[in-house]
Design a protein around this ligand. Sequence first.
Ligand code: SF4
Length: 228
Amino acid sequence: MKIAGLQKFTLLDYPEHTACTVFTAGCNFRCPFCHNSDIIYNVPSAISQDEFFEFLVSRKGKLDGVCISGGEPLLQPDIIDFMQKIRKEGFLVKLDTNGSMHEKLRKIVSEGLCDYVAMDVKSSPGGYFKTCGGMVNVQAVLDSISLLISQNKVDYEFRTTVVKNLHNKSDFEGIADLLKGAKRYFLQQYKNSPKVLKKGCEGYSDDEMRELCSFVKGLGVNCSLRGV
Ligand code: SF4
């Protein structure tokens, strides 16, 4: 595991739980709006696994769980061992993923190896290329969406960071088609940050986000806003 960063406490990253967040190094996407752009390349580890587990054990009784975020965590060859070790120490595991490593996600979900999956849905199938900054195996992403909706072993959510210059209403029609029957879907308002991968991204206003959320709900998806 290449751990590029550790946030020692968060009330936001794991729904209804106290947690720490591990940021893994490397990502196979290049989303222009990425605000973890300093870790999406092959950066060195900031802390070792041993150091992480020393920290984690010291938080027994204080934290409920661990969020594994990135980058794309499923690129890590030993991610499943890592999850199992965390659970063995008595913590819940939440995985953040872009859904592109479908076979690994399938194993994790079908064997119930984590407790919660938050999967990004970057855009409609036709919008993936521009939203992810390059070539993406969209079919793998679609398979991951279907997998999460059809299983009942692991709790999950879908989410989209909404960027004005990358998303329009027709993208959300395409997303809604994919998410029929999904437990929950969040629209996250894009906010500028100094670490964003490409300058020039812009968020929708609070009112525009509310309107978009109503629009998606009207398409039959259990949609809510986050960050508005
Ligand atoms: S926002 Fe995109 S580029 Fe950044 S970590 Fe997530 S999937 Fe990778």
